[in-house]
Design a protein around this ligand. Structure first.
Ligand code: UDP
Ligand code: MG
Length: 316
């Protein structure tokens, strides 16, 4: 039998977008004559997304639905899909059609040519304001620098071979960061360029706050560089203090008067800020450790929906 491709898509309140997505994927994968399964993960939607998923899974045995018990967030939803995927290769794709399904056959071809990880990198950045665009760029660059895991222009739209996927699933971290972990594992890689489309319907669920959380999670779970930065900053302050102390001492020995009220206030402010920032950074790591130690499941499944292949495909 020809190899099986699993397509994993997280879905959160996409409504009619679900039908659009399933139809589009069926077209593309059908045209490319690929043997595939579609793993749709409902991340605790509050609209009719799950009903739509169930309908599709009953109509087509290649479509499987997994419903999480509540909204866990995109990362856990993707993980749920990956753990349930049965394919020889998996493609992770957004269900809002921002990631063009038409790129999948090309990704599969790269995999057949021997790549284990095929990343879609964006030729453009759409659907985001200037701040989002700049912020995203800045974060990806900083991340790439600090961790040696290349994220520049990366997306979550990627294909993993079975060996690469198994390697990824061995990571026990609770705060997974798919874009990072799927790069960290290594393996023979390949990239293709895609145009990220505008959202077809609905709105992006990301707020500045949740993006900030994602960034902090990604950083703290990949590098302890910020901690070292705090140490370095502390050292710099110590050196500065010694110099300033020496200067004051010399002044005083020469009989000059030491007027320093503004200096004192300024120093207090700077020090205070730095100490608080340092504490904050340590706190972030402490929180991460706390989360890992609690070791709660990363997602919970409430219901699954699939038509067993054995079900006689009556009139459809
Ligand atoms: N998503 C999800 N859980 C969430 C938020 C989003 O599963 O809590 C899904 C959503 O349905 C979509 C994908 O993750 O398929 C990307 O979400 P979105 O379009 O909101 O993010 P953006 O494209 O702006 O990064
Ligand atoms: Mg989107």
């Amino acid at each position: 039998m020809s190899p099986l491709l699993s397509v994993v898509a997280p879905i959160y309140n996409e409504g009619p977008g679900v039908d659009r997505f399933v139809r589009r994927l069926g077209q593309v994968l059908g045209d490319a004559r690929l043997r595939y399964e579609l793993v749709l993960v409902d991340d605790g939607s509050t609209d009719d997304s799950w009903d739509r998923i169930v309908r599709h899974s009953l109509a087509d045995e290649r479509v499987r639905g997994i419903q999480l018990s509540r909204n866990f967030g995109k990362e856990p939803a993707v993980l749920a899909g990956l753990e349930h995927a049965a394919g020889d290769a998996v493609v992770v794709i957004d269900s809002d059609l921002q990631h063009p399904p038409s790129a999948i056959p090309a990704m599969v071809q790269r995999w057949r040519d021997g790549a284990h990880v095929v990343e879609a990198v964006k030729r453009n950045r759409t659907g985001q304001g200037l701040v989002g665009r700049l912020g995203g760029k800045l974060f990806n660059r900083a991340f790439t620098r600090l961790t040696q895991v290349d994220l520049v222009d990366a997306t979550d739209f990627r294909l993993l071979s079975r060996p690469a996927l198994d390697a990824l699933l061995r990571m026990p971290e609770h705060s997974s960061f798919f874009r990072g972990t799927s790069s960290w594992i290594g393996f023979r890689r390949s990239t293709i360029e895609v145009d990220i489309d505008h959202r077809e319907g609905g709105a992006s669920r990301w707020t500045v706050r949740s993006l900030f959380r994602l960034a902090v999670n990604g950083l703290t779970s990949f590098t302890s560089a910020p901690l070292h930065l705090v140490t370095l900053g502390g050292l710099a302050f110590a050196a500065f203090a010694v110099l300033l102390g020496a200067q004051t001492l010399i002044k005083w020995l020469r009989g000059g008067s030491v007027a320093g009220f503004p200096t004192v206030i300024l120093l207090l402010l700077v020090m205070g800020t730095f100490v608080l920032l340092g504490l904050g950074v340590i706190g972030e790591y402490l929180a991460r450790i706390h989360e890992e130690v609690r070791a709660r499941p990363r997602y919970l499944v409430q219901e699954k929906s699939a038509r067993a292949v054995a079900d006689v495909p009556e009139q459809l």
